[in-house]
Design a protein around this ligand. Structure first.
Ligand code: PEP
Ligand code: MN
Length: 295
């Protein structure tokens, strides 16, 4: 692919410069991202759900079964956790990745898990179906290059203090290494508002889809920080045109070791999924349900 000029910028929209590989002008058809056969893109809407952190075999498998039975297409679960305090639960590490593999075997759901460090990329890429680069690492350029060198899809979360332009430049690092399987994720940004954990910037959904051919999903769990707000913002994200959602679900949110305050119970998730099916249909889309063969 030709780089149009030395800066790699091929267009400017509304004051936002968009690098060439992620730019919608470079590729007019939307990019489909294949997560172990689950296609994220303009057709169906993919729901990623599961606990913030993998805590135990029972917690993960029980939660994963609920996710699958309610129509979740991909399981999420952090094994290496980026915690603000070094004294908080840091995740089970490789043991957590092994449990995610067991949950995949048990439920048939592919999984996404976070990679925080270039030294973890090889191990996680060997086991996971998609690599998550978290908000805190959106600016970690060596990590972006490293995940770009794998053949695994990458879920790239917007930095909590990053502009849309910076998010697109981070995605460009991954595409530059030859990996175009990138899903962009709006997960809320820091503003002066303190009543919510972050300010979920739903403007990002139509803007990113306008500027780029990559799929865009929304994380209403970190975007709000409140369990009771998650359904409203999940519904709004689908109505705004998101290609999917990533949400925290826990079989017993009050006992969660991480982010229980923003995790839905399986019953709340099930109710929400029913609403999302209706909203998707009203805008001519469908929620991508797990393959009947795995239920
Ligand atoms: C997460 O998804 O568990 C997470 C830590 O999210 P973020 O990077 O958006 O804070
Ligand atoms: Mn979390």
């Amino acid at each position: 692919m030709m780089i149009s000029n030395q800066s790699g910028i091929s267009g400017t929209t509304g004051g936002c410069s968009v690098p060439i590989r992620v730019n919608r002008n470079t590729r007019t058809d939307p990019t489909m991202v294949n997560v172990a056969g689950i296609m994220f893109g303009p057709n169906e809407i993919g729901i990623i759900a599961g606990p913030c952190a993998v805590e135990s075999k029972e917690q993960l498998i029980e939660t994963a079964k609920k996710v699958r039975n309610s129509g979740g297409a991909v399981l999420r679960g952090g094994a290496f956790k980026p915690r603000s305090s070094p004294y908080s639960f840091q995740g089970l590490g490789e043991e957590g990745v092994k449990l995610l593999c067991e949950a995949r075997k048990e439920t048939g759901l592919p999984f996404v898990t976070e990679v925080m460090d270039t030294r973890q990329v090889e191990y996680i890429a060997e086991h996971a179906d998609m690599l998550q680069v978290g908000s805190r690492n959106m600016h970690n350029y060596p990590l972006l290059k490293e995940v770009g060198m794998t053949k695994k899809p990458v879920l790239l979360k917007r930095g909590m203090m990053a502009t849309i332009e910076e998010l697109l430049h981070s995605a460009e690092y991954i595409l530059n290494q030859g990996n175009d399987q990138v899903i962009l994720c709006e997960r809320g940004i820091r503003t002066f508002e303190t009543s919510t954990r972050n300010t979920l910037d739903l403007n990002a959904v139509p803007m990113l889809k306008h500027l780029s051919h990559l799929p865009v999903i929304v994380d209403p769990s970190h975007g709000t920080g409140h369990r009771w707000m998650v359904p409203a913002m999940a519904r709004a994200a689908i109505a705004a045109g998101a290609d999917g959602l990533i949400m925290e679900i826990h079989y017993n949110p009050d006992k969660a070791l991480c982010d229980g305050h923003q995790s839905l119970s399986p019953e709340e998730f099930d109710r929400l999924m029913n609403d999302l099916v209706k909203i998707a249909r009203s805008i001519g889309r469908e929620i991508l349900l797990p393959q009947p063969s795995i239920i």
